[in-house]
Design a protein around this ligand. Structure first.
Ligand code: KPL
Length: 296
């Protein structure tokens, strides 16, 4: 396939290398103004990729969007006129709420969303490390996207395991619940994920999960509080030594994904007239931290 990766951060670069090694024609669309960019996996060989090539965009069978949720609409806008309506758009990032934005920008394109638990880290502009084996779930958003189940084989061949999920919104909501609980708390307390196992965080983690379960049920996603809390605690344990992406964003004073994580939950809760004070509190605390950078 002709594949363009929009936003080759850690996860995007990992997929760029793995898809290229699996035999696909892969190009990048990064912010850097350079005709080519090189990437290497750990100490492996350096691979060169075309960058910011309009021709590659016009010929793309798949555009894999791996920028952060808040960057999706802005990053896609300049490419809209060059994209064919046959190009599959695949979104892969934390949080929810961007599929609606992309559907408005590109209403005729097949739209697919993906969620992955692979760990990736980019210690420099060229090098990417695969820090944790995971799984990737893909699923269609619109009618054309739902016909793209073959992509699971493409992704599974490049970096196993990948599965097609007919109910991808279930997987996205479960991931959202995990991110709503872990990300803001680790960012506010500037701690590793594993430290959330401390008893002082138990009431907050439980309340956040209960609010998520209530909103999910109204959104038609089968879920219960105990099951969600278990999923959160499993990730706390499995990623105990990691810093969450929001902890890192706040540490480096970068804009966080809060609007598409707890912020998305708050928008859904408001639609259903459900009170979600604990998610609201976490949302406001992160917003306050972000605002303190511009006012100080
Ligand atoms: O997705 C994550 C993130 O950091 O954004 C978790 C699952 C919390 C792992 O750190």
């Amino acid at each position: 396939m002709n594949i363009v990766i929009l936003g080759p951060g850690a996860v995007g670069s990992l997929w760029a290398l793995k898809l290229q090694q699996a035999g696909h024609q892969v190009a990048l669309w990064a912010r850097e103004n350079a005709p080519t960019l090189s990437l290497q996996l750990a100490q492996g060989p350096l691979y060169s990729f075309a960058n910011q090539s309009r021709l590659e965009i016009e010929q793309a069978d798949l555009l894999l969007v791996t920028v952060k949720a808040w960057q999706v609409a802005e990053a896609l806008a300049p490419l809209v006129d060059s994209l064919s309506s046959d190009t599959i758009i695949m979104l892969m990032h934390n949080g929810m709420g961007t599929a609606e934005q992309v559907a408005a920008l590109l209403p005729d394109n097949p739209l697919v969303v993906a969620t992955t638990t692979h760990g990736a880290y980019k210690p420099s502009r060229q090098q990417v490390l695969h820090t944790g084996l995971g799984t990737t779930q893909l699923g269609g958003v619109n009618a054309l996207g739902k016909q793209c189940a073959f992509l699971a084989d493409v992704f599974d061949h490049a970096l196993p395991a990948a599965h097609w999920n007919e109910h991808i919104e279930h997987a996205l909501w479960t991931k959202l619940a995990i991110n709503c609980a872990i990300n803001p708390l680790t960012a506010i307390h500037q701690c590793k994920n594993g430290q959330l196992a401390d008893a002082r965080f138990a009431p907050m983690l439980s309340e956040v999960s209960a609010e998520l379960a209530a909103v999910m049920q109204r959104e038609g996603i089968a879920s219960d509080h105990a099951h969600l809390l278990r999923s959160v605690m499993q990730v706390v344990e499995a990623t105990a030594e990691n810093y969450s992406s929001m902890q890192q964003d706040i540490y480096y004073q970068r804009k966080s994904e809060i609007d598409f994580i707890n912020g998305y939950l708050l928008r859904c809760a408001a639609k259903h007239h459900i009170e979600t004070p604990h998610n609201q509190k976490l949302f406001e605390q992160i917003k306050q931290i972000e605002q303190s950078w511009t006012t100080s």
